[in-house]
Every structure is written in C-alpha cells, then in structure tokens.
Design a protein around this ligand. Structure first.
Ligand SMILES: [Ca+2]
Length: 103
C-alpha cells in the first residue's frame, strides 16, 4: 500500500454556502515520481457537517462504483472514502470526484 503525497483537493462552489447546498469535491492524485507506483490507495473523509451523496463517486469522470465494501475499487463507510487506484505510471494522474450536501 502506498499513498502518494502529491494531490490536490478543490471544492465547488467554494466558500460558505447555506444548508442543502450540494458541493462537488475533486481530488487529483498524481504520480510525480519516476517509477511506477503500485498499490495506490486514496483515502479521504467526508467533510464535517455534510452528508455524502450516495454513489456519487467518480474516477476520471466515470462512476458505477458502489459505496459498499463489495470488491470493486471504492468503499464509502462511516464517512471514510477509500479508493484502490492500483498502479499509476510516472506522470499519470487520476481525478476523483464526489458530492456532499451541507447539513
Ligand atoms: Ca464498492
């Protein structure tokens, strides 16, 4: 298991929003090293005072993952998002998206 240290997280819309606003978080994970990164696991927590929108997870814009720990590459449980990206080639990036609603 390896966690890449270089990643970027953004949220849209930014700033303070009222309750019931839907926010989209975007994480960009990049292999900035010169070698193949294997066993890349990305974890992130659902922000405090928000509720994760079920099955909203996407990788490079594509969804189809379940939130359950059922053998696909994504699990969302108890506010923890875990994604098994597998291998990243040097210079390769993956963009992860998920949505939450402000409580
Ligand atoms: Ca799953």
């Amino acid at each position: 298991m390896r966690r890449l240290s270089i990643w970027r997280k953004t949220v849209s819309p930014p700033g303070n929003e009222p309750p019931w606003t839907e926010l989209t978080y975007t994480l960009v994970v990049s292999n900035t090293g010169s070698g193949l990164a294997t066993g890349v696991i990305v974890t992130d927590t659902v922000p405090a005072n928000t509720t994760y929108v079920g099955t909203s997870l996407t990788i490079n814009g594509s969804g189809g993952f379940t939130d359950l720990a059922d053998g696909d590459i994504a699990t969302v449980s108890d506010g923890l998002i875990t994604i098994d990206l597998g291998a990243l080639a040097p210079g390769e990036s993956k963009t992860i998206g998920f949505r939450v609603i402000i409580n």
